[in-house]
Ligand binder design. Sequence first.
Ligand code: HSE
Length: 438
Amino acid sequence: MAFKIGLLGYGTVGTGTAEIILDPEGRNSLLQEIEIAKVGVRSLDQPRSPQLSTEVLTTDLEAIVNDPEIEIVVELLGGLEPARSLILQAIAKGKHIVTANKAVIARHGEEIFTAANQAEVYVLFEAAVGGGIPVIKPLKQSLGVNRIETVIGIINGTTNYILTQMTEEGADFEEVLAEAQQLGYAEADPTADVDGYDAADKIAILAAIAFNGRIKREDISCEGIRQINATDISYADDLGFVIKLLAIAKRGRSPIAKANADNDSLQVRVHPTLVSKDHPLANVNGVYNAILVEGDPLGQVMLFGPGAGKGATASAVVSDIVNIIGFLQTSNTTRKLDPMLKCPHDHFKQLTPIAEINTRFYARFLCQDVPGVIGHLGTSFGNHDVSLESVVQIGFRNNLAEIVVVTHNVQEGNFRKALEEIKSLASIDSIPSILRVL
Ligand code: HSE
């Protein structure tokens, strides 16, 4: 007997999903058990491939989530609504969910997983992070016995493509963004990607699984790449770094928080970062994604691959469908969920405020070329406990000396206080760039 699924959406990922299911030869044998019973689309007039029979296509999305014969609803609409409401309705009707929707999972995970656990249905979302890269299931299962210390990802292909092109062409952000939009690599409205929101949704999801607790999406500190320019990419290169948009989740608290914070806190942040050229993430270029996981006792594992695209994302969607079918075939009537696949936690993790995290910084200063200016910088940093790794006078720009500083690991709050003091120095003209260093 076939398992009936309903697809909400038949765009790029939806058609990719149908292509895999309708061509099972040489793939997992459970694909042959899937019947695409209904597909919800916006309009019936548009030609589609693979073509589906007219009885399968419908514009009535609610009919899919209410159809008693459909066991798995595959949400591929994207965006928050109506995706969220349809997922909740489908759960209420006892249907399992597969979704590629990182925004809904990151922002509405609490109500979705609470409802799913009560209804004893799965909500699987492998495609929501890293496209075709298996990362959700590996974190839940294969890596789950490790105490995870860090998850660091390049998990937005658009920004990785833009930064790679800027590095290779020596071009500035706006120029490369326009080129990426023409080539279809960047959306007409690039905000979610270039301002880091897409990566923040994804690291919220990864951190929740890796550190076993819910993450408040709004608590994630998030900076995008609009301010990155060819000058800093070139100076970073001279210093042995490349600039990448990293999403970072890291166990542990700041020394400030230690006295009274719960011992469960985490730092979760997204920002452009100088990455040493010999770091494994430094060579992840173009639209590719990678996620570096570090745990005890395993050490480091890096998952690398295509972070978006029709076939890659559909591969993750269909593997989730097959996982649920495997469960449905073997489960007894009590339908108790497999603890390795369900959402196992219901509490929120405490996130360390950005001012309390420890990190290294790169800062570029434009200064009067007068005796003692480097000393002034050093004194102000020293006043606030900021230890410097290097101070380099790179050259001149508009008759001003250009000085680049790289710090040791310092507390962000102290670094910001030092910058305030430095801004008030007569010899300092401006601070055009401040970036973090991995
Ligand atoms: N917009 C995303 C990216 C792909 O650029 O990586 C979908 O998650």
